[in-house]
Design a protein around this ligand. Sequence first.
Ligand code: FMN
Length: 334
Amino acid sequence: MDNKILPPRRLSTAPMLDWSDRHYRYMARQISRYTWLYSEMINAGAIIYGDKDRFLMRNECENPVALQLGGSEPSDLARAAKAAEEYGYDEVNLNCGCPSPRVQKGAFGACLMNEVGLVADCLRAMQDTVQIDVTVKHRIGVDRQTEYSVVQDFVGTLAAKTSCKTFIVHARNAWLDGLSPKENREVPPLKYDYVYQLKRDFPELEIIINGGITRNDEIAGHLEHVDGVMVGREAYHNPMVMREWDRLFYGGMENHIEYADLVELLFHYSKQQIQAGRGTILRHMVRHYLGLMHGLKGARTWRRMLSDAALLKDNNGELILDAWKEVKKANDWA
Ligand SMILES: Cc1cc2nc3c(=O)[nH]c(=O)nc-3n(C[C@H](O)[C@H](O)[C@H](O)COP(=O)(O)O)c2cc1C
């Protein structure tokens, strides 16, 4: 870990509860070698008091990989960050952007944007405990705070009070009253110019933009203003969008992965995971593969087969190969 050379965070996949687990991250890593992968948010308390393996287990190939933590108790976060470091994560990221009511009750997530002093205490406690990077993911404001100065003060204060250098900014407000978490990813308007302004005001910080970004030309445009782009839903629903990222954004020379090779890898992975006997079943993995054929003929059949309860019942990874055969047939690929 100490001498590991990590690629820059030019591209990353977002933390997504229930979605960006280790099985999703395994697939994403086969598609892009350099993209940073973020775990779903894990509550610090769950790591300290729960089954560490369950929450922290990862595949060796996943790095560079970050663990996102939820919490607002500095000593708990420090203990959880230590565990993340021991499990081989390259970064811990503190969630200051989640608007869900459950998270608000625990007084963390987006409501931490109103408690920058506490956030600084949390970051410092983690920084004092681990060698790996400690970063923050946040919004541009909470509820009706619409001025740029809100996020400017938030970032400026943390940069002054802690050694945090990396800020991942979901470029919209969180409305804590009246919107569901899903609506909170769609309704408050995106203000990319606020994030660009942060980079101009704090050129020494690494500023990562997030929210509503789906196409490679959009990514390239943002990279003219900020250090990195984080993509969530598109990288989940259309994972093959990542196929070009190494070449386009990291100067990678390797050929991108072919569908057939990826399918083969996923088949072997699923077999090995099921055999490992930790209670992993085929459905836990293939649910993340549904979007893989996005844009191809046969994509619908692929999705239908991989989500068919009767077919999944056998818990046999051959289902992936069978579904792939249908895609090949639909495209007249021998
Ligand atoms: C299903 C789902 C779960 C999410 N869970 C988290 C989470 O655990 N932590 C977090 O910081 N953001 C979470 N988010 C928000 C994403 O990280 C991201 O900020 C948001 O989706 C906007 O990016 P996008 O438009 O590229 O999807 C979640 C988003 C989705 C769709």
